[in-house]
Design a protein around this ligand. Structure first.
Ligand code: PEP
Ligand code: MN
Length: 333
């Protein structure tokens, strides 16, 4: 339910309405625009009589929300959300490029790549320390040591860091991490979503599950937000289809749909979406053109020897060229 207030409603009137809602076990989310103030109601509204609310002096009108996601719904928050990622704003016209290797492999590797992507214009550094791998025999990531090396690269370059959390028990190691990535394989790990949402207000980069609908993605964002953390960034990284020419299938129209349904920033991952370095440039440019709020791109200093996702990793030279093209598209837009 969304309550739109009459123009000229005072602070204290807003406060007493919030009190009334809380007394009915509803969590009020206030959004103040230039022209109107709306209160989104989160919680079980079954016992809330819309007629009773509409009858209040300060209320312009009451609207029921059909969608099961509330806090993530654009109707609750008409303006774009801007998420602060360690000092880098993302969303609402602020465009971010997150770049770095799939996984952190060594000090030389991460520092070298961090320097290169920074020089090319990336605004955040990525690198996996805990890796969800299909095979138990594949490189599983350096774990805590990987996080230490990422922190080192952050000190060297000043780039805030984005890295994946697979299990809540590791969160205490994430103090220096600026953005917590929840990967495609964990998008519906509801306990992890709830625990992360309740524990921290650090931004969460939530990747779409490989067979998840957009509604399911938004419901997963809702879990994090309903637990107390509003700082969610959605990430489209392609889904599984019958097509085998690409690693996944990317529908860029998703960016437009998500912007219509939700106020949360939407980032596109052209690396996992395609699986091949030769495609990353054109897909990154297209994602920028369609209005994504940012990109997450895998870059490796020596892709043939990468321990993970080498085939889809750009070299620093390729990434530099892509960044130049992205800038030109942004200028045109
Ligand atoms: C990754 O970012 O390296 C990754 C594992 O991505 P996804 O969860 O989208 O597969
Ligand atoms: Mn990867």
């Amino acid at each position: 339910m969304i309550i739109t207030l009459k123009k000229g409603t005072s602070e204290s009137q807003v406060e007493s309405l919030k009190e009334l809602l809380r007394s009915k076990n509803i969590e009020p989310r206030v959004w103040k625009g230039e022209l109107e103030t709306v209160i989104g109601c989160v919680g079980d509204i079954a016992h809330l009589d819309p007629g009773l609310i509409e009858a209040l002096d300060v209320v312009e009108h009451v609207q029921r929300i059909q969608e099961p996601y509330k806090a993530a719904n654009r109707k609750f928050h008409p303006a774009d959300s801007v998420v602060d990622c360690g000092g880098v704003p993302v969303g609402g016209g602020r465009f971010a490029v997150i770049a770095g290797p799939c996984s952190v492999e060594s000090e030389t590797q991460i520092v070298e790549v961090a320097r290169a992507v920074k020089a090319a214009g990336a605004t955040l550094l990525r690198g996996g320390a805990f890796k969800p791998r299909t095979s138990p025999y594949a490189f599983q990531g350096l774990g805590a040591e990987g996080l230490r090396l990422l922190t080192l690269a952050k000190k060297e370059t000043g780039l805030p860091i984005v890295t994946e959390l697979m299990e809540f028990k590791d969160i205490e190691l994430f103090n220096d991490v600026d953005v917590i990535q929840i990967g495609a394989r964990n998008m519906q790990n509801f306990n992890l979503l709830k625990e992360v949402g309740a524990y921290t207000k650090k931004p969460v980069l939530l990747k779409r599950g490989m067979s998840a609908t957009l509604q399911e993605l938004l419901m997963s964002a809702e879990y994090i937000m309903a637990s107390g953390n509003p700082n969610v960034i959605l990430c489209e990284r392609g889904i599984r289809t019958f097509e085998t020419a690409l690693r996944n299938t990317l529908d860029l129209g998703v960016v437009t749909v998500l912007h219509r349904l939700s106020h949360l920033p939407v980032v596109v991952d052209p690396s996992h979406a395609t699986g091949y370095a030769y495609m990353v440039d054109s897909v990154a440019v297209a994602a920028t053109a369609i209005g994504a709020d940012g990109l997450i791109i895998e870059v490796h200093n020596d892709p043939p020897r990468a321990k993970c996702d080498g085939a889809q990793s750009q070299t620093p030279e390729m990434f530099t060229r892509t960044m130049a093209r992205i800038r030109r598209v942004r200028e045109v837009l």
